[in-house]
Design a protein around this ligand. Structure first.
Ligand SMILES: C[S@@+](CC[C@H](N)C(=O)[O-])C[C@H]1O[C@@H](n2cnc3c(N)ncnc32)[C@H](O)[C@@H]1O
Length: 265
């Protein structure tokens, strides 16, 4: 297994940021930070919840997340390049990579990058002999050359980026022309009744269950907060085009709880 080293300097930043936040209320800590502090906040959250991440992921989504990831891989067009090299950005504990690597006929390789090393370490036991290489890397500054990948995918990662457009430009840069980027991300249902019910769950029940099970006081409050301020599906599609994707389309999943975007470089 190859890990590109995560810079030690950023670990020192995590400690400094944790100290700075000690005096804040839970709600203040959960609010998505602006600018460069966002990366430190996000790395801290995922580094701290890594041991409970998979359990809570499937529990809180009632396993629907597995179906969404299958849909994302269906849209990647990997069948056109089954021996290609694929990027899973913000890979976490590798669930999206595993979905692709497990497809019949897939003979390629997947570079699974994330900047929270504990997430990669936590998911390591799932990899076995599969062609998935974990890489410690920031999605806003990917450690890969231009025109390198035959496809790229991100599940529940882009909403965490401090500079979304910069991240999208990075995905465009590392993709070969004509290849696809698929983005799976949380959204909020457009139907007012469903939206009301969902937001009750998402903003009240989920943070409570997340807090009890993970033991983390605010990580699962950050989740709905980060979705609240994320661009809606049409805006994200527009940002993808501006970042260099020729085509960008999207579909709402499960009434709009999640959205799946597909861009062609
Ligand atoms: C909600 S988890 C999703 C993990 C995985 N993709 C999945 O489907 O379960 C978000 C992941 O994105 C990572 N992440 C967020 N911002 C990042 C960045 N700028 N660079 C690299 N990884 C990032 C976090 O460390 C975390 O592991």
């Amino acid at each position: 297994m190859v890990f590109y080293p995560c810079p030690e300097a950023s670990d020192r930043l995590l400690t400094k940021e944790a100290t700075r936040r000690e005096s804040m209320s839970t709600h203040e800590q959960a609010r998505p930070s602006e600018g460069p502090r966002r990366a430190t906040q996000v790395r801290r959250i995922f580094s701290e919840i890594a041991p409970r991440y998979d359990l809570l992921n499937h529990l809180l989504s009632l396993n629907v997340d597995r179906r969404w990831r299958r849909r994302a891989i269906d849209e990647l067009e990997w069948e056109k390049r089954p021996e290609g090299i694929y990027l899973d950005a913000c890979a976490g504990t590798f669930d999206l990579s595993l979905e692709l690597a497990g497809r019949d006929g897939f003979n390629g390789r997947i570079l699974a990058s994330d900047f929270a090393r504990p997430m990669l370490v936590e998911g390591r036991h799932k990899l076995g002999d599969l062609p998935i290489l974990p890489v410690c890397g920031d999605s806003q500054q990917l450690p890969f050359p231009d025109d390198h990948f035959d496809g790229a995918m991100v599940a529940f990662g882009v909403r965490n980026l401090a500079d979304l457009s910069r991240g999208l430009r990075e995905f465009a840069r590392v993709l070969k022309p004509g290849c696809r980027l698929v983005i799976l991300e949380f959204s909020e249902p457009p139907n007012p009744v469903l939206r009301r019910l969902y937001l009750l769950y998402f903003r009240r029940i989920l943070p409570f269950v997340g807090r009890v099970v993970s033991g983390h006081p605010w990580a699962y409050t950050y989740l709905p907060e980060s979705v609240k301020e994320f661009p809606d599906p049409a805006e994200l599609g527009q940002l993808m085009k501006e970042a260099g994707f020729e085509e960008a389309s999207w579909a709402l999943l499960t009434g709009g709880i999640a959205a799946l975007h597909v861009g062609k470089r």
